[in-house]
Design a binder for this molecule. Structure first.
Ligand code: AMP
Length: 282
């Protein structure tokens, strides 16, 4: 496994792979890897000749009062995991090289960035879109892999790829959960044992919504009310948002249609967690 933080070196690795007609799979991450990340990596390994995983905690997607400084950094353990999976290249660029002095160009996902998580994280999605486009330009992947867990991110990236005619196929894979159905997240490391138990209410609320839809309920307002009840039953949980949205526009829908997604952000103690479910999928 090659490990490089050099932009020049990743470009020459990519050039050599392209010269040999190798299909390049790419999985962007911020490290602190868990089974959710590994599910993307395993799929990428199956579908490509060479797999690049980036580990980069992207400063421009964090707000001033967010957890950039505390975000878990486990690079050595991550590399061991990636090597075990047979990953070909780990790319861990330095922030100073990704954003040198004078950097001023960003991708703005208009109409998508101010919805759902974007309301409490202004600037987050332009930070995400910008870094992903930069990584795509460096790595030139044929296939890039993202988790459904970060639903809004998948919508922003898919839209960017279409809008900017990027020559990459965006693959979205299902959310991986622990035994208690809590969506795996690097930020779960912030939760105490009690908070982890409380955090189960997110999935319980999503399942409540899905059960209602399966039973024929279409009224998004009614479904939302029931979801709120589930979350409010848990004392340490505070709702940031719960929304039932169209999966392309992220607009809230009055009545559930095929493909619509129930998405939520809930704060447990001090930790902001997100989760979502496609309401009409089996
Ligand atoms: P992150 O390191 O949090 O930026 O995540 C890197 C990629 O892994 C993103 O595409 C995430 O959506 C994906 N991911 C994170 N957690 C999960 C999970 N529990 N299941 C599936 N994919 C995930």
């Amino acid at each position: 496994m090659q490990i490089t933080s050099s932009l020049d070196e990743i470009r020459s690795i990519v050039k050599a792979a392209k010269k040999n007609d190798l299909l390049i799979g790419f999985v962007p991450t911020m490290g602190a890897l868990h089974e959710g990340h590994l599910s993307l990596i395993r799929q990428a390994m199956e579908e490509n000749d060479t797999v690049v995983v980036s580990i980069f905690i992207n400063p421009i997607q964090f707000g001033k009062n967010e957890d950039f400084a505390q975000y878990p950094r486990t690079f050595d353990t991550d590399c061991k995991l990636l090597s075990k999976e047979g990953v070909n290249v780990v790319f861990n660029p330095k922030a100073s090289e990704m954003y040198p002095g004078g950097f001023c160009t960003t991708v703005v996902p208009e109409h998508l960035e101010d919805k759902l998580c974007g309301k409490s994280r202004p600037g987050h999605f332009r930070g995400v879109a910008t870094v992903v486009l930069k990584l795509f330009n460096l790595i030139q992947p044929d296939n890039a892999y993202f988790g459904q867990k970060d639903f809004q991110q998948t919508v922003v990236i898919s839209r960017m790829a279409a809008d900017l005619n990027l020559d990459v196929s965006i693959k979205v894979l299902p959310t991986v959960r622990d035994k208690e159905e809590l969506a795996l997240s690097s930020r779960n490391a912030y939760l105490s044992n009690t908070e982890k138990k409380d955090a189960r209410c997110l999935y319980q609320a999503l399942i409540k919504a899905k059960d209602m839809v399966n039973a024929g309920e279409k009224n998004a307002g009614e479904i939302k009310l029931e979801m709120e009840k589930v979350i409010n039953n848990c004392k340490s949980a505070r709702i940031d948002y719960i929304s039932i949205v169209n999966p392309e526009t992220l607009e809230a829908v009055p009545a559930v249609q095929h493909g619509d997604v129930a998405a939520m952000s809930v704060i447990i103690g001090k930790t902001r967690l997100i989760d979502n479910i496609i309401l009409t999928e089996n």
